[in-house]
Design a protein around this ligand. Structure first.
Ligand code: SF4
Length: 237
């Protein structure tokens, strides 16, 4: 981190942390001994630390640029992700890709996309209807996410929905209250917004929530400008 970035972030932290938010938990990963994302992925692919291993088809570790400035974190894989082993590739994934590429003018390959849990959580473990991960699953799986963040070292994290936002900011507040502001996890700016699935469930392609997501992306664009993050053109790696 250069001097400019350090001074900027400290000033922003002073200005923008919501005083109502609980102190973020600066959790340590139990995978400090792992030095590459690939090594961490190989461990996760064999993982059986929580009950989600019983019903998964694939572990969805995450994908993207290992040196990304921007990292997007959702809650967990859905049906298509479970089948393909890739994050955000269903309908919600297509919306996320449009947000990244049309809104932030950065190619999807140049950001990193992950989830709080790496295996698909479904209602009553039936593999039919998705649900958010429970606390036990988040606790079991989060060391992978923490180490992913430590290895990637993004400058901005965009949390998508409640589980990732609540986990990183260590709060019980909901996304509706939290979005629209910048918070910090360690020294990384965190911008919470709605999960693309939630947007699609509330009005589909004409969802009124899209306007809120765009307002949040304007916050990200401003941060990118302030932190001198280059806006890569599509396919310009
Ligand atoms: S969700 Fe995470 S902790 Fe649970 S089995 Fe999958 S990789 Fe392991």
């Amino acid at each position: 981190m250069d001097l400019f970035e350090y001074a900027y972030k400290n000033q922003k932290k002073e200005e923008s942390i919501n005083p109502n938010i609980e102190k973020p938990l600066w959790k340590n990963s139990q995978y400090d001994f792992v030095s590459t994302l690939e090594e961490l992925k190989q461990i996760a692919l064999e993982c059986r630390k929580c009950k989600l291993c019983l019903t998964r088809k694939n572990v969805v570790f995450g994908e993207g640029n290992p040196n990304a400035d921007l990292m997007f974190i959702g809650e967990g894989p859905g049906k298509t992700e479970d089948e393909t082993g890739r994050p955000f590739v269903g309908l919600a994934g297509q919306l996320l890709t449009r947000i990244i590429e049309n809104g932030l003018k950065i190619s999807r390959e140049n950001v990193y996309i992950a989830n709080v849990v790496k295996c698909r959580p479904t209602v009553e473990m039936k593999g039919e209807k998705d649900r958010p991960p429970d606390e036990e699953e988040v606790n079991a799986c989060s060391p992978y996410l923490i180490r992913q963040i430590e290895l990637i070292k993004p400058k901005i994290i965009i949390t998508l929905g409640n589980p990732s936002t609540r986990f990183l900011l260590n709060t019980k507040l909901g996304i509706t209250k939290l979005r629209g502001n910048v918070y910090y996890y360690k020294d990384i700016a965190v911008v919470p917004t709605y999960h693309p699935s939630f947007v699609l469930r509330n009005g589909g392609e004409n969802s009124p929530l899209k306007k809120d997501v765009w307002e949040d992306m304007k916050i990200v664009l401003k941060l990118m400008q302030d932190l001198r993050i280059k806006s890569y053109k599509i396919n310009d790696k």
